[in-house]
Design a protein around this ligand. Structure first.
Ligand code: 3H9
Length: 642
């Protein structure tokens, strides 16, 4: 394979870079581009250069796989400078995405054109670093400080149309190569714009930086703040000094634990949706989807599937429940309209594609049916008995159970190879995680359908084996149990919550239970007790028995006053739990957090050993995408690695 090829179109040289899969900027790419500038500068026949990429995208950024190794020359900033200093103007022709170092190279070019579907951006902070090849220095010169701060500290790529508006690109084109060549040719007859590094920069008032700082702090990790600091430095110093400052911060962050953790999650996320065992296996179609149950979970699943273009039939047991279910789904689309994410016409179109019924026979032609009814084995079995009767034998039938044994739910189902567990997280139209739970009978193409559905819904699929709570809820149970154990040793409830917030969770374990309600887990334990299992009484049980189910009852682990979600330490909860508190431990918060994360990792290790999860990365993805584990800590398995 040739990395760089050159073709001539009159006086324009078209350089095509081909480094599959995403044209990442490896050492060879840097070297090739650096040398190409000299070669084309020396060619008297060439007057301008178009840089275009083969495959699905323009340059996706520095090759992240090289981040663990010592940097090798030419460094990326040198390549960008070399392109900018070329004697002939370069035009970046962008399709797919120009990200990170890829966009920095584009900024070294004298012009940037892109197709409408392209995106440009500097997502380095999502990898725990900052742009390291002039992103914090050239971007404010190209598009202004405000746009640069937005692009660099959020790391969110921008569609070509918006990029054109703020000046990040010069034109949106349709025939990329032809139009880029025409653009280059026309540019030769016009006045050349100043190279980006030479453009002036406006200083910004102190209030602007304070406001931006407040927003950057919210990310919870250091990269966005360092990126902001770099942009500010660039507005107050010359180009060379700013470049040196940026490079130092980039190299410093590149070696940080946060960057290592974020790279770990990045690669885990890319590996999870394509398990090697399913290579070449065709999923079944899922155009017409049945959802059984129109409560919060069922409505969320229906809305997510509808959003991805599927036709939905929502089944409930009576007309009233059908109406409530449909109105739950409509409320989700109404919310999207309110937040400006969906136009009124889009809302009507979405709602028109969801029909309700009480009659299971309506599902005769469904490709996929997802059951989301009450978490009770008898109720679920009755649903699948109906589905077994009315559905096509090749329709995929899925349960959304979060802790029941899917084998027991599917008992007696004809064609059990079509059955699978698809565990969505609430709210299902928002939460990214999807645990996919095959039974021993599940056919490979049904498993492949679960993964294909996750891709269609833009969710993060993780395969889980069968055990109580699968991966996520099993670890949650252990986490809560360990947190309760600390309480019995005398550690204050509020200290434990503060420790986990300090670690990076949005909420501690007790605040989270108060918000979600303590009664769900309580009922589950009661169910197990009723079935004869020996389930010891938890502190949560004591609170629920005293009527303290969380915020909805005015108190749980904490007290609440009406209309205010602020948690206040509860003398009543302390009194109820006092008999169980046997120690007077006073642990520093980082130790509390380390202890609880180790507990999650130890449960994770058991899960791996039992084959419930295949890889430690999968456990980390479950925690990051389903349970609020801070992404920049990499997940419990990564955080507790030896
Ligand atoms: C940077 O640029 C720093 C500079 O400022 C300074 C330097 C001095 N490197 O996502 P996909 C792999 S930091 C290496 O499924 P898509 C990925 O692992 C970088 N590998 O494709 C996967 O491998 P496999 C800033 C990479 O079409 C395969 O490519 N840039 C890289 O859904 C396909 O990936 C970014 O953060 C990489 N940079 O989406 C952009 N990127 O097939 C990161 C991807 O073995 N990349 N791979 O599993 C993306 O956002 C998406 O990959 C992209 C394509 C949108 C480009």
């Amino acid at each position: 394979m040739t990395l760089l090829t050159v073709r001539r179109d009159g006086e324009i040289a078209v350089v095509t870079l081909d480094n599959p899969p995403v044209n990442a900027i490896s050492e060879a790419v840097r070297k090739g581009l650096f040398e190409m500038v000299g070669q084309l500068d020396a060619d008297p026949e060439v007057r301008a250069v178009v840089l275009i990429c083969a495959g699905r995208t323009f340059l996706a950024g520095a090759d992240v796989r090289e981040f663990g190794k010592p940097p090798v020359e030419p460094h990326l900033p040198q390549v960008v400078d070399r392109i900018e200093a070329a004697r002939k103007p370069w035009v970046a022709a962008i399709h797919g995405a120009a990200l990170g170092g890829g966009f920095e190279i584009a900024m070294g070019c004298r012009f940037r054109v892109a197709v409408e579907t392209a995106r440009v951006g500097l997502p380095e902070v999502t990898l725990g670093v900052i742009p390291g090849a002039s992103g914090t220095v050239r971007t404010p010169r190209l598009a202004g400080v405000e746009a640069a701060v937005d692009l660099v500290t959020n790391g969110r790529p921008m569609p070509a149309g918006s990029a054109l508006k703020v000046g990040l690109i010069d034109a949106v084109v349709s025939d990329l190569e032809g139009d880029a060549v025409a653009f280059a040719r026309a540019a030769l007859d016009a006045e050349m714009p100043m190279p980006v590094s030479k453009r002036p920069l406006e200083p910004m008032p102190e209030e602007f930086w304070q406001k931006a700082r407040k927003a950057a702090v919210k990310a919870g990790h250091q990269a966005p703040l360092r990126a902001l600091d770099s942009i500010r430095f660039a507005t107050e110093h010359g180009f060379a000094a700013a470049m040196a400052h940026e490079r130092e911060a980039f190299l410093d962050l590149r070696g940080s634990d946060e960057a290592a953790a974020l790279r770990h999650v990045f690669f885990a996320e890319r590996a999870a949706p394509k398990p090697s065992a399913l290579k070449g296996i065709e999923p079944r179609p899922f155009k017409l989807v049945g959802v059984i149950g129109g409560g919060t979970m069922g409505a969320g699943i229906a809305a997510a599937c509808r959003e991805a273009g599927m036709e939905i039939i929502l089944i409930e047991r009576d007309e009233g429940a059908v109406a409530r279910g449909l109105s739950n789904v409509a409320a989700i689309f109404d919310g999207a309209v309110k937040r400006g994410k969906l136009a009124e016409a889009g809302r009507a179109e979405r709602i028109a594609g969801v029909r309700g019924s009480t009659d299971y026979a309506e599902l005769a032609q469904a490709d996929l049916v997802i059951e989301a009814v009450f978490e009770e084995i008898g109720v679920k079995r009755a649903v699948f008995a109906e589905l077994g009767r009315v559905c096509r034998p090749d329709a995929v039938l899925a349960t959304n159970t979060s802790y029941l044994d899917p084998r027991a739910i599917a008992e007696g189902l004809p064609h059990p190879e079509r059955f699978i567990g698809l565990h969505f997280f609430s709210p299902a139209h928002i939460m990214k995680l999807l645990e996919i739970v095959p039974t021993p009978d599940t056919a490979p193409e049904v498993l492949a359908t679960g993964f294909a559905l996750a891709r269609a819904l833009n969710k993060m699929p993780v395969q889980a084996g069968i055990c109580e709570g699968f991966i996520g809820n099993r670890i949650l149970k252990r986490y809560r149990a360990e947190a309760e154990a600390l309480v019995t040793q005398g550690v204050a409830i509020s200290e434990i919550d503060a420790a986990m917030r300090g670690y990076g969770f949005r909420m501690g374990p007790f605040e989270a239970q108060d918000l979600g309600g303590l009664d769900i887990a309580f009922l589950q334990r009661e169910g197990a007790r009723a079935a004869g299992e020996d389930v010891p009484e938890t502190l949560g049980d004591i609170l629920v028995r005293a009527g303290r189910k969380g915020q909805k009852t005015g108190g749980g682990w904490y007290d609440y006053v009406e209309g205010d979600r602020a948690a206040r330490p509860s003398p009543r909860a302390a009194e109820l739990l006092s008999a169980r508190i046997t120690g007077e431990q006073d642990l520093p918060r980082p130790e509390i957090a380390a202890h609880l994360v180790r507990a999650m990792a130890s449960e994770g290790a058991a899960i791996l050993e039992e084959g419930i999860a295949e890889r430690p990365e999968d456990i980390d993805l479950v925690e990051v995408h389903g349970y609020g584990f801070p992404r920049w800590k990499g997940g419990p398995m990564f955080a507790s690695r030896g």
